[in-house]
Design a protein around this ligand. Sequence first.
Ligand code: MD3
Ligand code: FE
Length: 202
Amino acid sequence: MDDWAHLRKFLWLAEQQALVARCRQLMDGDVPGYVPIVRGGGRMHVRMLCLGRHWNGQKYAYEPTRSDHDNRPAPPLPDDLRGLASRAAAASGMALDPDLAILNLYEGDGRMGLHQDKDESAASIQSGTPIVSISIGDTARFLFGGLKRKDPIDVRWLESGDAFVFGGASRLRYHGVSRILPGSAPVELGISGRFNLTFRRY
Ligand code: MD3
Ligand code: FE
């Protein structure tokens, strides 16, 4: 049994349009997204906003307030977004009741190097509780590796409206985004760039 699922076009166009508005509102809201500077001093190539719990890129750890940036509390994770993630997990035969989400915005040169997500609680990771990813806007070239950095890498294109669910052992697979395809978003969305939401349980 696969412990991951790629749900192509999980969201219809109208749902994608609503989500674009939502993501913009969150990203430019009262507690806005920012470009994290990670341990070692490198700037990330995305704008990030954490909801429900903050991921501190200096400590590689979650915390209630943004102590690496402006000390403000992470905004809550909205219930409707939580519901969306639970639906995607259920559609893949998995279960997720998320308590945090990371919203990333990729602009023209947006990318994310190969990494593992292992800063959630040991209980969450060991139980194989899935992470749900939802992509909106421009298509991304997604790299899906194995449990070791040097394992072979599959390339997949994540399109607007796609959901991806990573549970079980796949939860610890290396992954990244090598680039986005500018201009590939559905014109009806009126967006350039890509939003990605990853829903997690700490
Ligand atoms: C596979 N985000 O936020 S989403 C991240 O497109 C992250 O913004 C990318 O990697 C993005 O950490 C990729 C797909 C994804 C997310 C989490 C995973 C794949 C994953 C966790 C484990 C395995
Ligand atoms: Fe990740």
